[in-house]
Write a protein that binds this ligand. Structure first.
Ligand code: GDP
Length: 312
């Protein structure tokens, strides 16, 4: 079942009922605003704003402070957002708009192995295990992220070997789910023919792979929004392919002289520009493969999507 087709969220509480409390071990991964979120209510009564947790390596003067209105949070189905449970603000994964649900468990990666490279969707593994596809522009940091997720320095090199760069590469995790590395797009030097092929090949995979739980679309947050990334995200939105936005290189915080923006500003710009293409707000997470920011948050998010998918 697709998890994309969730009910549109009302901008007030409560929505779903949850039976289990948040896992204490995961508590460090949540945003923990120093102030009560109630004090952040904006002048629009239906919007509560929540401060975004900052990466530990930032000096106080550099701390990004994104405010996320309730209607821009990603609340998984069957998630209790009533204040009687833990306050919503304490259940948002750090550096993201994602609320954790009762389905977030088994997030650790204990085993990762390359399984196969496929040139067509129908050649992909057929064991029915859920999978997440990583995709993004060449050089966005996809290999670095994949290695960081599985805590292996060179696992993703497999995808960069000659003959495998244009393939669907499956990595089996804990013998129970897959991370899928798709070829990077937007390589400026590639001939038009190759780009068209890439389009056909990956779009067929997105549209026809029944075990695909969510596409993880990587966007470089250290540079201004690129048209090709917007086109990609909007195509996924229009085709109702479940998508999570992974903003990469969020450690690159030097503001460029010619009006360059900080990662959190680029993150907001991107979301503003794609908003109209989505029925529900897509989940997003800020990451860095240098500091490992967002790593554990991605794994928890994948766990809750996967566990929900398995039950439905
Ligand atoms: P791919 O082509 O998408 O697989 O990208 P790579 O993982 O090979 O990374 C491309 C370049 O970006 C390399 O020089 C990486 O060292 C660099 N890079 C990747 N992730 C990050 C990150 O989170 N922060 C910074 N500062 N650089 C990164």
């Amino acid at each position: 079942m697709s998890i994309f087709h969730l009910p549109r969220l009302p901008s007030h509480f409560p929505i779903f009922i949850c039976s289990k409390p948040i896992l204490p071990a995961a508590a460090a991964l949540f945003s923990s605003p120093k102030t009560n979120p109630i004090s952040h209510f904006s002048s629009i009564p239906t919007l509560s704003t929540l401060p975004l947790q900052t990466p530990e390596n930032l000096s106080p003067s550099e701390e990004p402070h994104l405010e996320i209105p309730i209607d821009k949070l990603f609340v998984p189905p069957e998630t209790d957002v009533s204040p009687q449970n833990a306050p919503l603000s304490s259940r948002i994964l750090k550096g993201s708009n994602i609320v954790l649900s009762k389905y977030a468990g088994d997030a650790q990666v204990s085993q990762a192995e390359f399984v196969k490279s496929s040139v067509r969707t129908e050649d992909c593994p057929s064991d029915g295990m859920p999978e997440f596809a990583l995709v993004g522009r060449s050089n966005v940091g996809k290999s670095s992220l994949l290695n960081s997720l599985v805590r292996r320095k060179k696992l993703a090199l497999t995808s960069k070997k000659p003959g495998k760069t244009q393939c669907i590469n499956h990595f089996r995790i804990n013998d129970s789910w897959y991370l899928v590395d798709l070829p990077g797009y937007g390589f400026a030097a590639a001939p038009q023919e190759l780009r068209t092929d890439w389009d056909k090949f990956t779009k067929d995979y997105f549209l026809n792979r029944s075990t695909l739980v969510s596409v993880f679309l990587l966007i470089d947050a250290s540079i201004p929004v690129k048209t090709i990334d917007l086109e990609y995200a909007s195509w996924l939105g229009q085709n109702q392919i479940p998508m999570t936005l992974i903003f990469t290189k969020c450690d690159k915080r030097k503001k460029k002289k010619n009006g360059g923006k900080r990662p959190e500003e680029n993150v907001l710009d991107f979301q503003d520009l794609i908003r109209d293409f989505f029925q529900t707000v897509p989940p997003w997470i800020m990451t860095s493969s240098v500091t490992n920011q967002g790593r554990d948050e991605i794994l928890l998010h994948m766990a809750q999507l996967r566990n929900y998918w398995r039950k439905h």
